[in-house]
Design a protein around this ligand. Structure first.
Ligand code: FNR
Length: 378
């Protein structure tokens, strides 16, 4: 309301309210090795591009005279009632997008200001406890890359529980990173590696892995990099994760309906339909293409969605296709680069305002109505 009313009154917004302008601004301000890391995707980035253009294949047919004057954007997720169906997808090494390298904390503050939940990556630049503290009452979800060392994995899970995270998002599409030409061409891995383990360095289970002689530690820490993602998980690994925690468990990176059914057999609490923003596999289908089948296979289980969402309109379409909540990735990393906490908060408000206004003009007062919406393929 504030941003829109400001526009009606002729005030310039604090920053552009569209994705393309922020993307341009981020490209100007970020050092090129960081920009390559954030903007890049797998291969020739075809999957990354079609993630975005897929949204244009859908159109929402408006409904009239049905009292959409007051909208309710709230959504239920494993016992939580969220005021709106938007969340921040986890971004590893996010901190680098802020000038002081504490971008996880700045982002968490923006989430606290807007009530938008934040999924915090295993590769956060500040300890996961510190990020949780900035979130206050706004829910945080902890995203787990599952290291082979189960003591270390358990330590991360228990730290997340103790810090008050409300769900565990287990990423299953990244036990190796994909073929990313922009990273290879800028040779940015050594720099990134140095930042990847920040969340581990205060972890007792991690410190136990290091040599007793502190002089040997720096090289040992770098060597640990290869263990961050762990080996590829099997379905059986989900069972010990299930045993290890009472937190709701979601699997991130699921696109096939058969995998959804298997996940249900293993007692997960939700599905996170995503192709990692096209960063892992090139040559796949846009994640949105699989969403309806994933939702159908999930039945009662909530489905979170990300990959290619660039606007409030995109978010509304994903909700109409059955997502319980919709995540953004690169957009908030760019906002963080362009203007820190305030820019992220402004962007989240803009996304929500656009979604809310679209539901108003299209005559869909709430998510239940949106799920019944008349969506046509263009
Ligand atoms: C990611 N993503 C990601 N996912 C995850 O589970 N753990 C992680 O640490 C990261 N790290 C990460 C870094 C960067 C720079 C990006 C851009 C993405 C994937 C992320 O959660 C999400 O799936 C995509 O970003 C969604 O696609 P869009 O919105 O970027 O198109």
């Amino acid at each position: 309301t504030e941003i829109y009313a400001g526009g009606l009154a002729g005030h310039l917004p604090a920053q552009p309210v569209d994705f393309a302008s922020l993307e341009r601004k981020a490209a100007e301000v970020l050092p090129s090795w960081i920009h390559s890391y954030v903007a890049g995707g797998a291969g020739d980035e075809h999957t990354q591009r079609v993630n975005v253009t897929e949204f244009q294949r859908w159109g929402l047919v408006p409904r009239m005279l049905n009292g959409a004057r007051d909208r309710d954007l709230s959504t239920e997720l494993f016992g939580l009632t969220l005021p709106h169906p938007l969340f921040l997808a986890p971004i590893g090494v996010l901190g680098l997008c802020a000038q002081d390298f504490h971008g996880d904390l700045a982002t968490a503050r923006a989430c606290a200001r807007t009530g938008v939940p934040m999924a915090v990556s295993t590769l956060t630049q500040d300890p996961l406890e510190d990020v949780a503290a900035e979130l206050g009452d706004t829910p945080g979800f902890f995203q787990l890359y599952t290291p082979d060392d189960r003591d270390l994995a358990l330590s991360l899970i228990h730290r997340a529980e103790n810090a008050g995270y409300r769900a565990l998002i287990v990423t299953v599409d990244t036990w190796v990173t994909g073929w990313r030409p922009r990273d290879l061409n800028t040779a940015n891995f050594p720099q990134l590696r140095g930042y990847c383990l920040a969340n581990y360095t205060s972890d007792e289970a991690f410190l136990r892995r290091l040599p007793a002689n502190p002089a040997e530690n720096p090289s040992a820490v770098v060597g640990e990099w290869v263990n961050v993602f762990g080996r590829s998980l099997g379905w059986q690994d989900l069972d010990w994760i299930r045993e290890a925690t009472d937190l709701p468990i979601l699997l991130k990176g699921i696109q096939h309906p058969d995998d959804v059914r298997r996940a249900k057999d293993h007692g997960v609490d939700g599905i996170h339909c995503s192709n990692h923003g096209g960063r892992q596999a090139n040559g796949g289908v846009p994640a949105l293409r699989m969403l309806p089948e994933v939702v159908e296979a999930a039945g009662e289980l909530p489905v979170l969605f990300d990959s290619g969402v660039r606007s409030g309109t995109d978010a509304v379409k994903a909700l109409a296709l059955g997502a319980a909540a919709v995540g953004v990735g690169r957009p908030y990393a760019y906002a963080l680069a362009a203007g820190g906490e305030h820019a992220v908060a402004h962007q989240l408000r803009s996304l929500l305002a656009e979604a809310d206004l679209l539901m108003a003009v299209d005559g869909y007062p709430d998510l239940a109505a949106l799920r019944q919406a008349d969506l046509r393929q263009l």
